[in-house]
Design a protein around this ligand. Structure first.
Ligand code: TSX
Ligand code: MN
Length: 583
């Protein structure tokens, strides 16, 4: 191998010396390799074959029952200075972190095969893309990384060209929750993850690389690595606008990314194109606009609640070549989960036990499907464009039963950054802890920003330069409830009505009223044809309660104060200005 890969070869040899695998396999990403790994996992029980008539090429993995989700309390950002990680991260000094996790890795791959996975986040030929290499002892990780990233020979060739890559070391270890941690060393472009085989902890290209490490790198290189979906909206004239949207969990990000227009819009010729459902990397292009790529190549989506009603495109995507994790199965070995709503019944639960509703749900609430984005009917060919797509609007959102209207537009970029920094969501049953408690989650990045949030807000503000043609910023709330506790907005496909208003605002001909919290549509500015709304719904979806917003802005002020003197003054001034206008 060439000298440009010496660094990689040296690291692989060093890791092998330390972890002592029985064999080393360099992944080329080929079909033959994939079939070999799948056959091996079917033979040893890591995977189970699903019904090959109804779900050709699809398999089921059951993870260890204690290993079903990301573990934020065991996730660390290890920067030289504690302050650089910020109050939004768990921190450990790099030397101490290396020592602690290296002790776990010592000899951990004995008797196992060590897989070396070269991968590229983003189109292979895009200047916005970045490569990494994950070393793992989990063939399940290899199979998932093959779907979620551009993995194998082409990625290795790009690594050779780039001469740099993110190093990710992973072992499932003993799957013991007491011997588990995920360490990030952004200054060394290094990730070490031990003791979990679950998605976000183990598929290191995703949250660890594409968000935590990339956000840190993006700050120093002048771009943004965000927890956002990207979709294209094509109007009947054939023009397509792209939007990027950030939502905390349980707000239906994947559903929005794959939205199907309501009947009237379909008839008129509107189309939605899916670029990505989770992560967005963007940077200013030569014309001053922000250009975005989806660094991922697949969807690692939550299964429960996915149905022909909530997301027909997702359901169509996962009819073949899909890895299901921790779902239930029917008598004829089809995957099943709560809310699939297809008239079938589960006989086996996610732990492989006979289904008993009094014991546990058939599918784990965090059960997943892994599938190539190319299988999505709304998949956009622009996902492969090395230039990325120009972003016309950035959308922030949250689940808020009260206070927050259906949609409002930020007055300018600084206001938009404040809207993102102050966003929050009410907890649902899927998350642990109390239901309905509001948690702030700036830009939906709380668990994923690889550096101090105060510096992150400053980085966002820094894009407002002369010559920049920044997207408009909006905030949406699909989850406003009436006094009877029922949702006031139909959501799902009807959300396109809100997106259409945003694009009219972007093009300069959408109506709005100015309020202290931003520009709000009055009901007739949004196309509500065929959406019967009560007077209460109109008032709450398109109005603001000044007194309640005063309290909200006091709370936002308290929240920002938690970031101390590192917080950019411009953000505080924006908060104070709006608070004063509301008073
Ligand atoms: O994903 C959702 N979206 C975005 C869709 C593009 N969900 C599901 C959230 C859980 C992941 C929603 N739930 C949305 C929404 O816009 N809105 C709601 C709330 C809601 C639920 C049911 C109805 C209306 C609103 N109506 C009936 O069930 C008939
Ligand atoms: Mn996510």
């Amino acid at each position: 191998m060439s000298s440009r890969l010496e660094h990689l070869n040296h690291w692989v040899a060093e890791v092998a010396h330390h972890t002592r695998p029985a064999a080393i396999h360099w992944c080329d990403g080929s079909d033959t390799e994939n079939r070999m790994l799948i056959d091996q996992m079917l033979a040893d029980g890591t995977l189970h074959l699903l019904n090959q008539d109804t779900h050709p090429g699809s398999t089921l993995h059951r993870s260890h029952p204690d290993d079903v989700a990301r573990v934020e309390h065991l996730t660390y950002v290890c920067t030289t200075h504690h302050e650089d990680a910020g109050p939004n991260n768990h921190w450990m000094a790099p030397d101490e972190a290396h020592a602690e996790i290296d002790a776990l890795f010592d000899g951990c791959m004995q008797g196992r095969t060590m897989y070396v996975i070269p991968y590229c986040m983003g189109p292979i030929d895009s200047p916005l893309s970045r490569c990494g290499v994950e070393i793992t002892d989990s063939p399940y990780v290899v199979a998932n990384m093959r779907i979620m990233t551009r993995m194998g020979a082409a990625a290795l060739a790009r690594i050779e060209r780039d001469g740099t890559f993110v190093k990710g070391l992973h072992s499932i270890g003993e799957l013991d929750p007491n011997r588990r941690c995920i360490m990030h060393f952004p200054e060394e472009l290094t990730i070490k993850s031990y003791g979990s085989g679950y998605g976000g902890n183990a598929l290191l290209g995703k949250k660890c690389h594409a968000l935590r490490i990339a956000s840190h790198q993006a700050r120093s290189e002048g771009w943004l690595a965000e927890h956002m979906l990207i979709l294209g909206i094509e109007n009947p004239q054939g023009q397509t606008h792209y939007i990027a949207a950030a939502f905390p969990s349980a707000c239906g990000k994947t559903n929005l990314a794959m939205l199907i227009p309501p009947e009237g819009y379909l008839r008129d010729g509107w189309k939605i194109w899916t670029i990505g459902d989770d992560i967005c990397w963007m940077r200013p292009g030569p014309d001053g606009r922000l250009y975005a790529i989806n660094p991922e190549a697949g969807f690692f989506g939550v299964a429960p609640g996915t149905s022909n009603k909530s997301n027909p495109n997702a359901l169509a995507s996962i009819q073949s070549n899909t890895i299901f994790t921790n779902v239930g199965v029917t008598a004829d070995h089809q995957p099943w989960w709560e809310g699939i709503d297809n008239g079938q019944v589960p006989v086996t639960d996610w732990q492989g036990q006979p289904y008993d509703a009094s014991m546990r749900p058939a599918a784990h609430p965090n059960s997943r499907f892994t599938v190539s984005a190319k299988q999505c009917p709304s998949y956009s060919a622009m996902s492969e464009d090395p230039h990325g797509v120009p972003i016309s609007a950035i959308v922030f959102g949250g689940r808020r039963a009260s206070l927050v209207p259906l949609v409002f537009e930020a007055r300018d970029w600084t206001h938009g950054v404040l809207v993102g920094a102050a966003m929050g969501s009410e907890t649902t049953a899927a998350a642990t802890g109390a239901v309905g408690v509001m948690r702030r989650d700036p830009m939906a990045m709380k668990p994923f920003c690889g550096y101090n949030f105060a510096d992150y807000f400053a980085h966002w503000l820094s894009f407002d330069t002369e010559g920049a043609k920044l997207p408009k910023v909006f905030h949406v709330n699909w989850f406003r409830k009436g006094d009877d506790g029922k949702f006031l907005w139909p959501g799902f496909g009807d959300n396109l009505r809100v997106l259409e208003w945003m694009l009219r605002r972007v093009e300069g001909h959408g109506g709005a009223v100015e309020t202290p919290i931003g520009h709000l549509p009055i009901a007739h500015d949004i196309n509500l044809e065929g959406v019967p709304l009560s007077d209460e719904a109109h008032a709450k979806l398109f109005g603001i309660d000044r007194e309640a917003w005063q309290a909200e802005f006091a709370s936002i002020g308290d929240y920002l104060a938690e970031y101390g003197p590192r917080l950019p003054q411009a953000l505080l001034e924006e908060q104070r200005k709006i608070a004063a206008e509301l008073a």
